[in-house]
Design a protein around this ligand. Structure first.
Ligand code: ADP
Ligand code: MG
Ligand code: MG
Ligand code: MG
Length: 399
């Protein structure tokens, strides 16, 4: 079956063949994709209260259009990663129902009863169980796909299934390169441009550190990463957390997933500078965000080490001192990646609505500068922090 692009009618016809709905079901489809890349249909049988989600890759970047072609093979990576998440962290990912690599589509569990975490955080929603959930997601996916646990031959064979050249290139460019010079693809608030030209783009020392992080991203195939773990790739409810949109999955430095989620919390933290919200409410919410960051990191750390103590296989990693330096490196790199993702979201191609929701462009640029400055300080000082509590204290002192 060769590739054709779905629309609502074709999507209904297609899922009828899956045996998921009853043969007589009257199905309704709605395209809800709000992401940068793909089509997403929710298909419902109202009567039976059953639904699923069909996600299909388009042969180009959706936010840009046909002028930026992109291979649809990225669905294969998303499906491969989702299969692994369904095994390692079944509670925290949508269930994969069906995949069709030729049509570049997956069918998965419908999670529309949950809210996108990013929107929840803009409404100051607190997700009390999130640190518990995401730390398990991180500790299990990052440990059990690494050489700490896997047979080295199996690990290399698995890594060979995740040579995700095109989406890695997007991250290499959009996160680690374009923000550091006046790249055409950047998406720049005109009120921010003078700061970029007169200050930010003159920081060669910062570009150097970003380049070191980029090289690490490109060369350090430690673990299977989600690869795009921001608050727009997570559904969060009272007691539920679901991580989706794993098309950027590849074998990279474990610290990247950890740093990316913390960076997105910090972007939200800073965003309140530009918003007209009651100061006490902001104070309270910020306290919650920083406490969450501490919990996310410390719980991850603990669970990762628990996995290690219980299940590490390779004799070399049991050598005295090895674990300590591994964990230390992971922490330092996570703070570096955290800073890098904060920077890319202010004037790179794709922004966060947390800050872009500030309509007044002058106010927005002031907030963006604070994001940039905090991102820079985290990158530059990353070796100096002893633990996550020190990072959070530093954020408090500086903002
Ligand atoms: P992209 O790769 O283009 O960013 P996403 O996987 O992020 O696509 O999906 C885009 C949007 O579609 C999400 O923000 C969400 O609103 C909706 N969506 C995606 N997957 C599901 C799902 N399993 N259940 C409900 N809605 C979903
Ligand atoms: Mg997405
Ligand atoms: Mg997206
Ligand atoms: Mg995506």
């Amino acid at each position: 079956m060769s590739y054709y692009q779905m629309n609502e009618k074709l999507a209904i016809d297609y899922v009828k063949g899956l045996g998921f709905f009853s043969e007589t079901a009257r199905l309704v489809a709605r395209e809800v994709g709000d992401g940068n890349l793909n089509l997403v249909f929710i298909i419902r049988d109202e009567e039976a209260q059953r639904s699923l989600v069909l996600k299909q890759a388009l042969p180009y970047v959706r936010v840009v259009g046909e002028g930026w072609p992109l291979s649809v093979e990225r669905t294969i990576f998303e499906a491969n990663a989702l299969e692994i998440h369904n095994k390692l962290v079944a509670d925290y990912a949508p269930k994969l129902i069906h995949r069709n690599d030729q049509l570049a589509l997956i069918a998965m569990e419908d999670l529309s009863h949950l809210q996108l975490m990013r929107y929840g955080m803009i409404e100051m929603k607190k997700h009390a169980n999130f640190p518990q959930h995401i730390s398990t997601f991180l500790a299990n996916t990052l440990f059990y796909t690494s050489d700490l646990y896997m047979d080295p031959e199996e690990k290399k064979k698995l890594a060979a299934k995740f040579v995700n050249t095109q989406l890695c290139k997007i991250s290499e460019d959009l996160i680690f390169t374009d923000p550091y010079y006046d790249a055409e693809r950047n998406n720049i608030n005109p009120e921010l441009r003078p700061y970029l030209e007169e200050v930010f783009w003159k920081k060669d020392y910062l570009w150097l550190e970003a380049s070191k992080l980029k090289y690490k991203f490109m060369t350090e195939g430690q673990s299977l990463l989600h690869g795009d773990l921001h608050t727009g790739s997570i559904f969060a409810g009272e007691d539920e957390t679901k991580v989706f949109d794993s098309e950027f999955a590849f074998f990279g430095p474990a610290a990247f997933d950890v740093g990316k989620i913390i960076g997105n919390f910090l972007i939200n933290y800073v965003s309140w500078w530009g918003k007209d919200v009651d100061i006490n409410q902001i104070k309270d919410y910020r306290e919650y965000l920083l406490n969450s960051i501490v919990d996310i990191y410390n719980l991850f750390h603990k669970k990762f080490i628990d996995n290690w103590e219980r299940d590490a296989q390779d004799i070399s990693v049991k050598v005295e001192g090895y674990q300590q330096q591994y964990i230390r490196r992971l922490f330092v790199d996570a703070i570096g990646f955290c800073g890098a993702v904060m920077i890319r979201r202010t004037h790179g191609l794709a922004h966060n609505i947390d800050v872009d929701g500030i309509e007044d462009l002058k106010k927005r640029s002031k907030t963006q500068i604070r994001v940039l400055e905090l991102g820079e300080k985290l990158i530059m000082n990353r070796e100096a922090f002893k633990n996550i509590e020190e990072v959070v204290a530093f954020v408090k002192d500086n903002l």
